[in-house]
Design a protein around this ligand. Structure first.
Ligand code: ADP
Length: 429
């Protein structure tokens, strides 16, 4: 169903794009074709005019008995002393001033000048008739004819180029627009899928607490003496539900990469100090040892402070959940160019190797019963992974059952003139 919607939109986008580009292509090619046909015809006629003028210029006029006598001896094709002329004329004719045929080369014409001076198409021949004058007196008419087949062949080639080229280009446009449509749909698809995922995750995960709310409320009504206890259950379940919805919303909102250059610089050392202070009472209460290695130097990354806070907080909370009394938790900062590595290590229960590749998948819990007991949904690491990826970094996990785990956030360092300093440590717990 979903893919159908996207396919439909993709088809519509590709169709519109092809129609617009196709119309532009057809209009452009049509204009170009018309212009080229006109240009070739004009060139052909212009050539014919020049040839006729050259031939006319070799007509000699001799005065004889007070009259002008025309000598065609040196006119190419017509005369005996003709100069070669580079033209494929099919006929050349000379008509006297009264229009009667005097001399011709080529197929025999009618005996009188039929057409008025000018250009005409006679069958498959382009014919030009020019009037030849001398000192204001008309001597006669020169008529030449050239076959149109060279022009027709050239126009035919042009037509083929258009007939084959336009559909081929249209096909290409259709293909390109299909690919472009897919690219244009990607962000929409991504947004849709994340919304879809949110809805599916939320409805799946809210079913159980909603059922718990309902049964607690019913039991409270049926047995009023149990009402305070049932109400407490309802409050704690509601709290869990709101945590879940908030986490899912953050996951759904935080899609893709952040524009790091537009974000402020966050001091990770200050962030870790802040978190250490927050967790100090809990660490003491759980009888854990807390080590915090924050070497002096520049520990700046670009990003959203709240999101980075949430990612590290999730790792610390897990460390506290999964480390029994007597264990230790170490938080440290180190540089592994071009990364700043924030590591949260514990000596807790660890994770079996077969689970490691799945950590960070939504709702993946190593031990469902245990996670439920600790209040987890299997979303914490998914959120950490997503936040780090949005900041251009990545998360690595190393763990050994019954020995402990190390979660390392790799974040791109803000370039500075900082250098390495010896590690300093502080302890509480
Ligand atoms: P949850 O909210 O259920 O803890 P997470 O995504 O944070 O979900 O963690 C996924 C699973 O990874 C947890 O169910 C837990 O089994 C395991 N896990 C996470 N952190 C640790 C840790 N520090 N030590 C041992 N197991 C851990």
């Amino acid at each position: 169903m979903d893919t159908q919607v996207f396919q439909h939109s993709r088809r519509q986008f590709a169709r519109s794009f092809t129609t617009v580009m196709g119309t532009i292509l057809i209009l452009f090619t049509g204009s170009l074709y018309t212009w080229e046909v006109h240009n070739q015809r004009w060139g052909f006629d212009e050539d014919l005019q020049i040839t006729a003028r050259v031939m006319a210029s070799s007509i000699k006029v001799e005065p004889r008995q007070g009259q002008w006598r025309v000598n065609l001896n040196e006119v190419p094709f017509l005369g005996g002393k003709t100069q070669p002329i580079d033209h494929e004329l099919v006929y050349v004719r000379w008509f006297d001033a009264d229009g009667s045929l005097r001399q011709f080369v080529g197929p025999p014409p009618t005996l009188t000048l039929g057409d008025p001076p000018g250009l005409a198409t006679v069958g498959s021949v382009r014919q030009l008739t020019i009037a030849v004058e001398h000192e204001g007196r008309r001597l006669g008419y020169l008529q030449i004819g050239e076959p149109l087949d060279t022009l027709s062949r050239s126009l035919q080639r042009l037509r083929w180029a258009v007939v084959l080229g336009v559909p081929a280009t249209l096909g290409l446009i259709a293909g390109v627009s299909w690919i472009l449509a897919d690219r244009a749909m990607q962000p929409v698809r991504q947004a849709y899928l994340s919304l879809h995922q949110f809805t599916a995750d939320a409805s799946h995960e809210l079913r159980a607490p909603l059922a718990a709310l309902m049964s607690n409320a019913q039991l409270g009504i049926l047995a009023p003496e149990q009402a305070p206890h049932r109400l407490e259950k309802i409050v704690s379940t509601t709290r869990r539900m709101s945590t879940l919805v908030e986490t899912l919303l953050t996951l759904a909102r935080q899609q893709g990469s952040l524009d790091l250059q537009a974000l402020p610089v966050v001091d990770l050392a200050e962030l870790l100090q802040d978190l250490s202070q927050t967790y100090a009472p809990q660490v003491t209460a759980q009888q854990l040892t807390w080590q915090c290695h924050l070497p002096p130097g520049s520990w700046s990354v670009r990003g959203q402070r709240e999101l980075l806070h949430q990612a590290i907080d999730n790792l610390l909370r897990n460390a506290l959940h999964y480390t029994p009394a007597g264990g230790s938790i170490t938080v440290s900062l180190s540089q592994r160019d071009p990364w700043i590595v924030v590591q949260v290590a514990d000596t807790g229960i660890g994770i079996a190797p077969e689970h490691l590749p799945h950590l960070g998948e939504r709702f993946y819990r190593v031990d469902t019963a245990r996670s439920r007991h600790t209040g987890g949904f299997g979303l914490g690491l998914a959120l950490v992974k997503q936040i780090v990826a949005a900041h251009g970094g990545f998360l690595t996990i190393a763990s050994q059952p019954q020995q402990g785990s190390q979660f390392s956030l790799h974040l791109p360092r803000v370039p500075s003139l900082s250098c390495h300093f010896p590690l300093a440590s502080s302890k509480h717990g």
